[in-house]
Write a protein that binds this ligand. Structure first.
Ligand SMILES: C[S@@+](CC[C@H](N)C(=O)[O-])C[C@H]1O[C@@H](n2cnc3c(N)ncnc32)[C@H](O)[C@@H]1O
Length: 393
């Protein structure tokens, strides 16, 4: 983690881009009477059409980008997920895959390649992506890397109709949804608002205008015994999003992978300034008001909230495990053994190094968690047989 003041300076083109988005945000702040909720600020920073971090053509994922996600680390990640999906698709008697927020398209390429090798291709591989720019990038990637299967991939404009059978999945999608930032004052939540100051954007606190958000944070404060002055985040969009997704899933699994914690760990006394994090050119820092549109803004995921919303929608939590245990249970070590036989030494060592990044506790292995949410599925899903952390939710 670095201080925001130590970040590399953006070039003139980036500054102009950020200034255009800042202008749009300032106008919205003025129209709102002087301040907007942080969740709205974050939403604009990430998704304002043509200007937001995910909507504009910045280089975000992988080597040289701002951060590296598991599919960009190694094809082993997608191949392991494919092994889990193949088992679910066999149990549901076929069906489709729907990936939310497919980033560069890497995961889709690796999964489809492996599912093809397993003879377990889905009817369709759907992608639902918020960013038009990323969608175009995914289409280029699929066309170039997997021309033989490109026709199976269909980009959706909205969620499919109810009755979906198969697997829905999202890697690092929940952490990219806008959150409220709050301060617990001992009695109630005060929500951070963003205002326009002579020195750029600044903070203001205001009581929650939404009774639902106020009640949800009060419940967290009671359950987790928040001290006065405790600062954290709350995702008001998580529950409605999961509601609309789970009501579409008729038979199969929703698999979500992200960094996060069960609620009691999320809102632990030691995490008293929250989990909000920004990424700019592979440096992490905690000032989301800096350079709007040029940096990723993200918050950890409350996996207890994910499980609660899914159960309310009639789904069962079939498993909750660290990414390391999930990948190992899917057969990561067997894939590596095969690679030792089939690849030359240099290629094998490269793959083994990638596997370490995916599973070592100090890397992605324990920071990232996997949760499996099922309807009508009566199998032990690969990925969740080795470790069962559901009691911590
Ligand atoms: C951190 S990136 C992860 C990308 C990719 N899954 C990966 O692992 O490399 C977050 C992605 O989620 C997308 N996203 C965020 N909210 C979404 C939503 N409600 N529906 C679909 N995609 C969404 C973003 O546009 C972006 O592609």
């Amino acid at each position: 983690m670095v201080m925001a003041s130590e970040l590399p300076a953006p070039d003139a083109h980036e500054r102009a881009h950020s200034e255009a988005l800042a202008g749009l945000i300032r106008r919205e702040i003025a129209a709102a009477g002087g301040a907007i909720p942080f969740s709205r600020f974050m939403e604009l920073c990430l998704y304002a059409p043509g200007l937001g971090y995910y909507s504009a053509g910045l280089h975000k994922f992988g080597a040289g980008g701002d951060f590296v996600t598991a599919p960009e680390v190694s094809p082993l990640f997608g191949r392991c997920l494919a092994l889990a999906c193949a088992a679910v698709l066999a149990a549901t008697g076929g069906g489709d895959i729907l990936e939310f927020g497919a980033g560069s398209g890497r995961l889709a390429v690796d999964m489809l390649d492996e599912l093809d090798a397993l003879g377990s291709l889905p009817g369709h591989y759907y992608i639902l992506e918020r960013s038009a720019e990323l969608r175009a990038r995914q289409q280029d990637m699929l066309r170039a890397r997997l021309p033989r299967l490109h026709e199976r991939v269909v980009w959706l404009e909205q969620l499919p109709a109810p009755g979906f059978r198969g697997v829905m999945l999202g890697n690092e999608v929940l952490d990219a949804m806008a959150v409220e930032r709050f301060r617990w004052n001992g009695q109630q939540a005060e929500l951070f608002q963003v205002m326009d100051t002579v020195d750029g954007f600044g903070w203001q606190l205001r009581g929650a205008a939404d009774a639902g958000i106020e009640a949800a944070i009060a419940r967290i404060a009671g359950e987790c015994e928040l001290a006065e002055g405790y600062i954290s985040e709350f995702s008001a969009s998580l529950q409605p999003w999961l509601h609309s997704v789970t009501e579409r899933l008729a038979d199969g699994m929703l698999l979500l992978i992200d960094y996060g914690y069960p609620r009691r760990e999320y809102y632990h006394a030691q995490r008293s300034s929250g989990t909000l994090m920004c990424h700019y050119r592979q440096r992490a820092h905690t000032d989301p008001l800096r350079w709007p549109g040029l940096q990723d803004i993200t918050a950890h995921v409350d996996f207890t909230a994910v499980a609660e919303a899914a159960v309310a929608g009639g789904l069962a939590v079939c498993g909750y495990a660290t990414q390391a245990h999930f990948l190992l249970d899917c057969g990561l070590d067997r894939l590596l053994q095969d690679a030792m036989v089939n690849l030359d030494e240099v290629a094998y060592l490269r793959l083994a190094q990638q596997a370490k990044t995916l599973i070592l506790p100090g890397e992605m292995g324990e920071r990232f968690q996997c949760i499996g949410l099922t309807r009508g599925l009566d199998i032990d899903v690969p990925g969740f047989r080795m470790q069962d952390l559901r009691h911590r939710l």
